[in-house]
Design a protein around this ligand. Structure first.
Ligand code: ATP
Ligand code: MG
Length: 435
């Protein structure tokens, strides 16, 4: 036998729950249910679906995310296209690609857009639970709106999604909120930060020293316990925010307060990309260890210009799908069954030509019917019908067929076995649908 080939490290298969696997990843049933739910929720808020390529020019992310961000410095899958020498990157996040597309198509010419997309992102990180090299995001963007109304809208939309998924806000997930101010306010704060960290340079670690002049804000994000006192004592951006910025922040807060949403203002929240300004937020959980952020986002009013477009206010978030589904798994939340309505038992191969049109008619009527493929004894087919989770078994037995009928046997709720005419499926199909 030849040697088997394994998936690339940190890149996962998502499989049905019936497949026993060694690693812990969400099932494809859970994944589908999440997709159905998010489509429903996003539709209710008037967000439109769009897609961008998975590969983009490397320059897009270098310019969009910032040269001294973790992602650009060490996490990007970048390569040279050997056919033509182009510098390309597997997208590490969705926002830069969406903004590129908006500018390229002049897509906001007719007014603002509310958009969402979903798909794989790629980051060369150390793989562990909740952190992968290929992972999936739901990404939501409101483009051309200055806020603060849409800032609050996308936060409350995420909250609506939690509700639909059975997550309890405040218990399973909670909101952290901050304002990063405007570029001039950040510049004043940055100068004060550099002065502060310069005065305490002996207390900075290697990474901190490196960041001191390139990106001092990221020092605040350090998890190094030894640096916490000097970080704690650093000047706070909040104290550099002007009247307009505070008014924007307070307007977002007023909407969230009125909506009864509990949140924590976390003045240390900075986020990993350079493009953010004003409102930033994260939805976090304590149930996933150190990979606790399931959804993060904020306003990025400068990104369009940075990528060559007209100045355009924008706000959005990225939600880590694997992390969110791991959370739902860890909490053992009830998930609707993906079982078929009915399972067709076909003990006699000679019955197949008669049975198929009946199965097709049932599906045309909206009934989910799983057919027993490959034959097998009556008993073994019944076992499979039971294991499928279907509510009914349809028995296409020799005696029934001779009478022009099929037997419908309830498998879950009890009740009588009924005979139904093969010729008039429409008359009884609805009885198999969930109430
Ligand atoms: P973290 O602090 O955990 O590294 P991040 O700030 O890099 O997260 P974002 O770039 O804001 O994350 O991405 C949005 C969401 O995507 C995160 O909140 C998280 O749920 C998810 N995510 C980010 N990186 C990964 C990864 N390597 N594997 C799985 N999910 C991820
Ligand atoms: Mg990260």
């Amino acid at each position: 036998m030849s040697k088997t080939i394994q998936a690339v490290k940190g890149m996962n298969d998502i499989l049905p729950a019936s497949v026993t696997r060694k690693d812990k990843l969400p099932s494809s049933e859970l994944w589908s249910w999440f997709e159905t739910t998010l489509r429903k929720v996003l539709g209710r808020y008037g967000y439109q679906y769009m897609l961008t390529p998975i590969v983009e020019p490397t320059a897009l992310f270098v310019r969009g995310l910032g040269e001294v961000t973790d992602i650009v410095e060490k996490e990007m899958y970048s390569f040279t296209d050997s056919m033509n020498g182009d510098q390309l990157t597997l997208r590490p996040e969705a926002t830069a690609g969406i903004v590129r597309a908006m500018v390229e198509h002049n897509a906001l010419y007719n007014g603002p857009l509310r958009l969402w997309t979903m798909g794989p992102m790629f980051r060369h990180e150390r793989p562990q639970k909740g952190r992968y090299r290929q992972f999936n995001q739901l990404d939501v963007e409101a483009l051309g709106f200055a806020g603060p109304d849409v800032d609050a809208e996308i936060i409350l939309m995420a909250r609506r999604l939690w509700k639909e998924l059975g997550l309890v806000e405040g218990e399973h997930v909670r909101l952290e909120l901050n304002s990063l101010g405007q570029p001039n306010e950040r510049a004043a704060h940055r100068a004060a930060l550099i002065a502060h960290f310069e005065a305490h340079a002996d207390k900075l670690d290697e990474d901190g020293k490196k960041r001191l002049h390139s990106n001092p804000l990221r020092i605040l994000d350090s998890k190094n316990p030894a640096m916490q006192p000097v970080i704690e004592a650093a000047p706070k951006l909040m104290d550099f925010l002007g009247e307009e910025t505070l008014a924007h922040f307070n307007a977002v807060r007023a909407i969230l307060d009125a909506a009864g949403l509990q949140y924590r203002v976390n003045t240390r929240l900075v986020r990993g990309m350079d493009y953010y300004n004003l409102t930033v937020f994260e939805w976090v959980t304590d149930a996933l260890g150190s990979q606790g952020t399931v959804c993060g986002g904020g306003r990025y009013d400068g990104l369009f210009e940075q990528l060559g477009g007209k100045p355009t206010p924008a706000v959005g978030f990225g939600l880590g799908i694997e992390r969110l589904l791991l959370l739902i798994d860890a909490l053992n939340l009830p998930v609707p069954s993906a079982a078929p309505d009915a399972y067709a038992i076909l003990p006699d191969a000679a019955a197949l030509p008669l049975a198929f049109p009946v199965l097709e008619a049932l599906r045309a009527a909206g009934v989910a019917v799983q057919m027993n493929a490959g034959g097998g004894s009556f008993k073994s087919q019944f076992k499979k019908a039971d294991a499928s989770g279907a509510r009914f078994a349809l028995v296409f037995g020799g005696d029934e067929l001779a009478r022009g009928e099929v037997s419908v046997k309830p498998l879950r709720e009890g009740g009588e076995q009924l005979s139904r005419p093969l010729a008039d499926v429409a008359a009884w199909a609805a009885d198999l649908l969930p109430a």
